[in-house]
Design a protein around this ligand. Structure first.
Ligand code: HXC
Length: 259
């Protein structure tokens, strides 16, 4: 499939990489781009050879938000009935294999929300995160008011949503929004290193780990722990568990077959 707003490639046959590519608009997320992003991630998710995905942008911008020009004239009815703005955003949540956001430059509004929809964020040292929707007379619309407080706590989430200020990479790492910060020229290597490592693990265990960590945000502790225990037990039915533990016992590298 050919795309106009993203570039898609694979690395080592096992990592799927999507690069947002609307440079003139700082990768502003219009419907066409989001449709393509959703389609690309779903295609990688369905491809047995792919074990992990990376979503990235340019050095200047991961994404500067939803496309303001496209939204500017919408009425309530356009926004609500047509579901134009948020269409396809939920697809990213339905991807079962891990998705890493490699963020350089601006990750604002929907760009910050898109990064937070990914499973973890590796940031370049020039990254800037923000939810500036308040300056436009609206509020975040793709989960920002929900995921940001879960990531950084109420104080910083309120500060960012109410003032629209940006958080730099160092603050984002201190606050727990991003997992790693590296110089820009090391960012893709860092993300690729993590993605290749994940892709070599048992795909089943990786998917279970993602599902279980995500469950922490949907349930109370007892239910979450029980959910984790059931998945943990179930993994003993996989050949990959036998391989992983046998490899450890015999001091060799595991060779997971993803079954
Ligand atoms: C459309 C955008 C855009 C956006 C930037 N551009 N952000 N176009 N939608 N979100 C365009 C500019 O219009 C400009 O086009 C070009 O990209 C370069 O931007 P500049 O402003 O000239 O660059 P700079 O001065 O460096 O400022 C960068 C910036 C600023 C700080 C990122 O562009 C900015 O504040 N952008 C808007 C950020 C924002 O409010 N995001 C939230 C959107 S609402 P031209 O043609 O003039 O060169 C949202 C809701 C999410 O995301 C809802 C989820 C469904």
């Amino acid at each position: 499939m050919s795309y106009e707003n993203i570039e898609v490639r694979t690395e080592a046959g096992k990592v799927g990489i999507v690069t947002l590519n609307r440079p003139k608009a700082l990768n502003a997320l219009n419907n066409a781009l989001m449709d393509e992003l959703g389609a690309a991630l779903k295609a990688f998710d369905a491809d047995d050879s792919i074990g992990c995905m990376i979503v990235t942008g340019s050095e200047r911008a991961f994404a500067a938000g939803a496309d303001i020009g496209a939204m500017a004239k919408y009425s309530f009815v356009d926004a609500y009935k047509g579901d134009y703005i948020t269409r396809n955003w939920e697809i990213i949540r339905s991807v079962r294999k891990p998705v890493i956001a490699a963020v350089s430059g601006f990750a604002l509004g929907g760009g910050c929300e898109l990064a937070m929809m990914c499973d973890f964020i590796i940031a370049a040292d020039n990254a800037k995160f923000g939810q500036p929707e308040i300056k436009l007379g609206v509020i975040p619309g793709a989960g920002g008011t929900q995921r940001l407080p879960r990531a950084v706590g109420k104080a910083k989430a309120m500060d960012m949503a109410l003032t629209g200020r940006m958080m730099d990479a160092a603050e984002a790492e201190r606050a727990g929004l991003v997992s790693r910060v590296v110089p820009f020229d090391k960012m893709m290597d860092e993300a690729l290193g993590a993605a290749l490592q994940i892709a070599d693990f048992s795909q089943i265990a990786v998917m279970a780990a993602k599902e279980s960590v995500n469950r922490a945000f949907e349930s109370g502790l007892s239910d979450g722990v029980m959910f984790e225990r059931r998945l943990f037990h179930a993994l003993f039915a996989t050949a990959d568990q036998k391989e992983g533990m046998d490899a450890f016992v015999n001091k060799r590298k595991a060779d997971f077959k993803h079954q």
